[in-house]
Design a protein around this ligand. Structure first.
Ligand SMILES: Cc1cc2nc3c(=O)[nH]c(=O)nc-3n(C[C@H](O)[C@H](O)[C@H](O)COP(=O)(O)OP(=O)(O)OC[C@H]3O[C@@H](n4cnc5c(N)ncnc54)[C@H](O)[C@@H]3O)c2cc1C
Length: 567
């Protein structure tokens, strides 16, 4: 099924909903003129539609595999990667000093979504590299920057992130990998890492691993962790790949989906690495990479959802079943129309939230303003979790639209559902994202949250004259969310917050969705107004049940014992 990039939605959201004009008005991003934005969107759409989308099934049918210790990638992935690298799409937002384009993260976000719709498994590779580039730009020494950044940005080399170990998943602080000083400024890295995405491939000259490990004097927990650059091939004096490092891919996982992306167990046996950032400052450095990746993973969910919607729409307009008026196809049935419209309205909301997040990141970078920074930090867990939840829900609904054919692999509907499932797990599970939102992100007494809610209510006030019914619903929802946020902030016992963290994050996303749909209804045509009406009247009310859940706290939940659960 051909993929058609939603370029007009990106353009509309940037122009009328998420405030991209503010970004383009800054000195830092002055080059992001309307013509430049159009050129980027058009060119990226063309690559995704014509080169990447035809590779998606290859990844599923011919998974990456290990051949005598060497990773062999799915047919066509090398050419797809070449197109991504040569188009300059990896280093779009990277510093021009090192060969990047210095463009706003908002634009990178649109391109990442298109690549995710087209071929999620391959897109994960440049996504990891983008995160690594940002971590190095912020934390690495000049020598590391000089050696690695130009090659990562050009795509000649690619990057991975190595946090997870068998006993250290969500609890990264439990990791055991060690780093011993070699006495020459380098370190010997020893340990096993698991689930490492794109740990190797057969199309880049080098693979650069960012590895978390503990120095001999590192205290237990996250405070004693340091970050190291550990390349597959150690760069020689000329900066080209030299001697093979003491690391290897032990095995690749057999997964539920995302088969085109090799997920490896890695063994580091005294591999040579170099410190990135200060000793014991690894988590701060890794967080730069993770925050970038969190927005990116949220967008992976949205991309997969868009692919699933386009598949389902095409099928629903062909399949004839039952007494349907008009075309006689199943799209005429009210329940099928409900499924497709839910997918479209949720994708639209999630896409707008991701772009709001990206705009906040760009503004924080361009202005160094604490308010923008706090807004970006607050939106990141929401964007990650809601984007990936929408990915899972929409792709599952896409299977349902197909009926029995959805369960048959040939249609491709099931692949979206299987591929996207992991996005709610990696980069911090969605549960961990929600806990971050109600704990760390409310540590300011809820200031960033309240500021967003005020903006939503101001938007609703302004819309009251034109769309009174929709505006009132959004204003009321924001008010309920404000009251629940006040209740959360008052809870000193964090477990009271954690018990309702996931429903709270979802309710926040629902209300933000109402806000962006309302703005679209005001600025857009009849079709956008109809979609906004569907979202605000039918999907937004979900927040009522979610907020009731939040305010129950933890006591009744924790009173149900494990024995009672198992009875
Ligand atoms: C396909 C794939 C690719 C991956 N790629 C990478 C990669 O490139 N690099 C890398 O380093 N890692 C990678 N990961 C690992 C991934 O980030 C972890 O799987 C994830 O962080 C969860 O850790 P875990 O699997 O140990 O689950 P656990 O931490 O054991 O979690 C199990 C459940 O318990 C919950 N939980 C855990 N702790 C808490 C808590 N304190 N409070 C409340 N709930 C909690 C979780 O939310 C989850 O629901 C990948 C994983 C997969 C499957």
């Amino acid at each position: 099924m051909p993929y058609r990039a939603p370029v007009s939605d990106f353009r509309f959201l940037m122009d009328h909903v998420v405030g991209f004009a503010d970004v383009a008005a800054t000195e830092r991003f002055a080059e992001a003129t309307p013509d430049m934005v159009d050129a980027i969107l058009t060119e990226a759409a063309k690559m995704c539609e014509e080169i990447l989308a035809p590779l998606n099934r290859n990844g599923d049918l011919h998974p990456a595999h290990l051949e005598n210790g060497v990773v062999r990638t799915s047919p066509g992935f090398a050419d797809g990667y070449k197109a991504i690298a040569e188009g300059g799409w990896i280093g779009m937002s990277a510093d021009p000093e090192n060969g990047g384009m210095g463009l706003p993260m908002t634009l990178t976000t649109t391109v990442n979504e298109m690549m995710s719709s087209a071929c999620l498994a391959l897109q994960l590779n440049p996504l990891m590299t983008q995160g690594q580039i940002e971590a190095l730009e912020h934390h690495a020494s000049d020598a590391i920057k000089e050696t690695y950044l130009p090659k990562l940005i050009s795509g000649e080399w690619c990057g991975t992130m190595n946090l997870t170990e068998p006993q250290a998943g969500s609890d990264v602080g439990a990791l055991r990998s060690k780093a011993e000083p070699n006495g020459d400024g380098s370190y010997a890295i020893t340990g096993q890492k698991i689930y490492i995405s794109w740990a190797d491939n057969d199309f880049t000259e080098n693979v650069c691993h960012l590895v978390l490990a503990r120095l001999p004097d590192g205290v237990p927990g996250t405070k004693g962790i340091s970050l190291f650059m550990v390349p597959k091939f150690i760069p020689n004096e000329a900066g080209n790949p030299g001697k093979q490092n003491d690391l290897r891919v032990v095995s690749l996982e057999h997964k539920m989906g995302l088969h085109g992306s090799p997920t490896a167990v890695m063994e580091y046996s005294g591999a040579t690495g170099w410190l990135v950032g200060p000793a014991h400052g690894g988590m701060a450095a890794m967080f730069t990479m993770m925050n970038n990746a969190r927005l990116g993973v949220g967008v992976q969910g949205i991309g997969a959802a868009e692919g699933a919607l386009q598949h389902a729409l095409a099928y629903a307009q062909e399949r004839k079943q039952g007494k349907a008026p008009g075309t006689g196809t199943i799209i005429e049935h009210a329940d099928v129309r409900r499924m497709l419209t839910t997918m479209k309205a949720d994708i639209y909301a999630a896409r707008a939230i991701a772009l709001m997040n990206a705009v906040a990141i760009d503004m924080a970078l361009a202005t160094n303003d604490a308010g923008w920074k706090a807004r970006a930090a607050f939106l990141t867990p929401i964007g990650k979790a809601f984007g990936t939840d929408v990915g899972i829900e929409a792709s599952s609904t896409g299977v349902q639209v197909h009926g029995g054919m959805g369960f048959i692999e040939e249609t491709g509907a099931a692949q979206y559902s299987r591929d996207v499932r992991v996005t709610a797990i990696y980069e911090g599970t969605n549960g961990i994202q929600a806990m971050d939102l109600v704990a760390r992100k409310l540590m300011d007494g809820g200031e960033a949250a309240f500021r967003l809610l005020e903006e939503i209510q101001q938007g609703a006030e302004a819309a009251k004259a034109t769309c009174p019914e929709l505006a009132e619903a959004v204003w009321d929802a924001a008010e309920s969310l404000r009251e629940t946020t006040e209740w959360l902030v008052e809870q000193g016992d964090l477990n009271q917050r954690f018990a309702g963290a996931v429903p709270y994050l979802r309710a926040f996303a629902r209300v933000l969705g109402g806000h962006v749909h309302l703005a679209s209804a005001l600025a857009g045509d009849e079709a956008r107004e109809k979609l906004a009406t569907f979202y605000i009247k039918r999907l937004l009310p979900e927040h009522i049940g979610l907020l009731a859940h939040v305010r129950e706290g933890a006591d009744d939940l924790m009173a149900i014992t494990p024995e009672e659960l198992a009875a």
